[in-house]
Design a protein around this ligand. Structure first.
Ligand code: GLU
Length: 463
């Protein structure tokens, strides 16, 4: 089998979005599965909208997702001379021609076709004029007049387009710049790309690109057009659906392996399996089982997937990843063993690292800054509740050891020794310690806080 070479070709006109990221993942996996190569090409020919900061951001997102690329990065703006060599070749072979029609004239032709109920198109006016280069002239391809372009799409199956539907497309604009379709064909050939996997918003470009390959006498790669990701309401995906740029998920504290796992399942399957290690993905992803039907984005499932990876991660690693979020939440620098302990207590309860860091807040602020949730305080800081807190403060003040096991014994000793029920004592205690009716196992919370901080919290409420 020849080497599988894929590429991801983003336009740096915005951050990497989940649709683009999924395409990149598919391309990367296919190359890695077959032990081939994966290239990254920056399609920056739209000078007005392309920005270096977006290229940097796309690269950062690719690195964060672990999608490493082979060889150097390619920038289309640095390759104009190469594209023009191919345009010149087509001109020299009589497969392309100079066209002097002005944009207004071309628009008039389109209008005329529309008026006749035909597809708007350039009418081939300069095709046989034998014009040479001159200011304001573009170069057009002599698209064959009859026949079909047929290709076997990896996702959509066989696609056939009548060439009569394609007009003589511009391959070099009047300003000397090659057009998008021309540049892509030259690049994909020059980079040895054997599989072009991209969003199906490009499917209408493919027959045009194939016509260019054929005019140049070049082998045509295999194409695969993946359907767009839709919102849960099956409308075009947008911010309103909770869809965001990869960098925003990173800022929210999603784990890259969770986002990758989630995205790969949007449009690809391996039986009913939902969670995959990277090794499994590389081993299973062979370009088959790509779903031709559009998948819908489901933020809840993404969070579920992330929670899974948060549970799977070694605690030390989770703590190290959470540390910057703790700092960003204004909770200061927490010593690493403490952070590990916090992660252990709270990781089951958070869907992302930002929420996890935030869940530590009640345990990291001093007693006098702990905020009591109004509803919980009103319900549990009753006279009886406060009496329990006073009694417990005395017990905890005298506990020989302040570890979770000793505190558990002391707490149960108080409850049982006084013929009480745990649910009479735990809620005021929990609200006094955490500020609300949530959090982890009470003895563990107390052990984490330490004696002084615990007593301060109980006495603040029950003094
Ligand atoms: N630059 C194009 C885009 O960002 C991709 C073109 C391609 O993959 O051929 O949509």
């Amino acid at each position: 089998m020849p080497t599988v070479v894929t590429r991801f070709a983003p336009s740096p006109t915005g951050h990497l979005h989940i649709g683009g990221a999924r395409t990149a993942i598919f391309c990367w996996l296919l190359a890695r599965h077959y032990g081939g190569r994966f290239h990254l090409r920056i399609e920056d020919t739209d000078l007005l909208r392309s920005r270096q900061e977006y290229t940097d951001s796309i690269l950062a997102s690719m690195r964060w997702l672990g999608l490493d690329w082979d060889g150097d990065l390619t920038y289309q703006t640095q390759r104009t001379a190469l594209y023009n060599q191919y345009v010149d070749k087509l001109l020299a072979e009589g497969k392309a021609y100079w066209c002097s029609c002005t944009p207004e004239e071309v628009e008039a032709m389109r209008e005329e076709a529309r008026a006749k109920g035909l597809k708007p198109r350039y009418n081939g006016c300069c095709r046989e004029k034998g014009l040479g280069p001159a200011e304001g002239r573009c170069v057009r391809l002599k698209t064959p007049l009859t026949g079909k372009v047929v290709f076997d799409d990896l996702v959509k199956g066989t696609i056939a387009v009548d060439v009569a539907e394609l007009d003589d497309m511009v391959i070099r604009r009047a300003d000397g710049m090659p057009t998008y379709n021309m540049a892509v064909v030259v690049d994909d050939h020059d980079m040895g790309i054997s599989y072009v996997i991209r969003g199906d918003d490009h499917v209408s470009n493919t027959p045009r690109q194939i016509v260019i390959y054929e005019a140049l006498g070049l082998p045509v790669p295999r194409f695969g057009h993946v359907p767009m990701i839709l919102g849960p309401d099956r409308q075009k995906l947008s911010k309103r659906h909770g869809a965001r740029a990869v960098i925003e998920y990173q800022q929210d504290g999603l784990l890259p392996q969770a986002l990758l796992n989630y995205l790969v399942r949007l449009g690809w399957s391996h039986g009913n399996q939902e969670l995959f290690s990277l090794e499994e993905l590389v081993s299973y992803f062979d370009g088959s089982s790509l779903n031709p039907a559009a998948a819908a984005f489901d933020p809840a499932k993404l969070e579920w997937c992330n929670a899974h990876y948060m549970r799977e991660l070694p605690l030390e690693e989770l703590a190290a990843l959470t540390a910057p979020f703790v700092e960003a939440a204004g909770l200061g620098t927490v010593e690493s063993t403490q952070l590990v302990e916090l992660c252990r207590m709270f990781r089951e309860r958070a869907g992302n690292l930002k929420a996890l860091a935030e869940s530590f807040r009640p345990l990291l602020v001093p007693a006098n800054q702990l905020v009591h949730a109004e509803k919980d305080a009103a319900k549990h800081f009753t006279e009886a509740g406060k009496a329990h807190l006073r009694a417990l403060a005395d017990i905890f003040a005298n506990c020989a050891d302040f570890d979770a096991a000793s505190l558990e014994t002391a707490l149960h000793g108080y409850v049982e020794g006084n013929g009480l029920k745990f649910k009479e004592v735990a809620p005021p205690l929990r609200t006094a310690l955490m500020g609300y009716m949530g959090g982890a196992h009470l003895p563990e919370i107390m052990a984490f806080l330490g004696r002084e901080e615990c007593l301060a919290r109980l006495r603040r409420v029950a003094a």
